[in-house]
Design a protein around this ligand. Sequence first.
Ligand code: SAM
Length: 225
Amino acid sequence: MEKLNKFTKIFKKIYYQVFIENFKEKLNYNFPLNYYRWDLIEYLIKKNNYSDYLEIGCDQDQLFSKVKIKNKTGVDPSNGGNVRKTSDDFFKDNKDKFDIVFIDGLHIYDQVKRDILNSVDCLKENGIILVHDCMPDNMSKQAVPRYRMIWNGDVWKAIVDLRQKEDLEIFTCSIDQGIGIIKKNKNSSILKIEKSINKLKFEDYYNNYKEYLRVISLEKFKKMF
Ligand SMILES: C[S@@+](CC[C@H](N)C(=O)[O-])C[C@H]1O[C@@H](n2cnc3c(N)ncnc32)[C@H](O)[C@@H]1O
């Protein structure tokens, strides 16, 4: 994880607030306190009899070590998993196909978008892609450049961007920092937005996140998937 000393944090914070945005409102999602990403993954593996799992960004294997499945691939340039590469390098050479992909690497819009599209290309029929950290509750947690330790990044922008595509069906489940759910199906509710992705601010997210991300509860997710 990127090291941030006190000086860098203060400098980036001031930079962000002066030149990008300074919006103070916060969201309260009330994520369930007893259901996390590993529970969702276990549910999907059992329900669909999945055998091949890919995780992008493993850190200390907090999740990777909990996933019980026949074949596991974990990609991280620094820690955890079992493939020591960046996601871009991994996808360049990869020939394997996966049932379930969990994207949790570099939390910056264009990298997340690339990780999603590369995952789509190696997804099996009936496979599913999950994307962590889609629902920041305040401006600083999604600020790029990053200036705090607890950080979701602007992953949400990759979801908003791809919600405009015709060939991906995308929802966001309101658990564990927001988990994007992506299937290779026809988009049944194409998002239309006026602004370009790079002009979107946290204030836009704050006012529109339910529509932007197509947010669903865990109960609804389990009825649909
Ligand atoms: C938030 S942590 C992952 C946490 C883990 N998936 C979990 O569920 O607890 C993000 C990880 O992404 C890794 N990472 C950063 N840049 C990456 C990249 N370009 N490709 C793959 N992983 C990356 C970091 O080294 C870090 O370990």
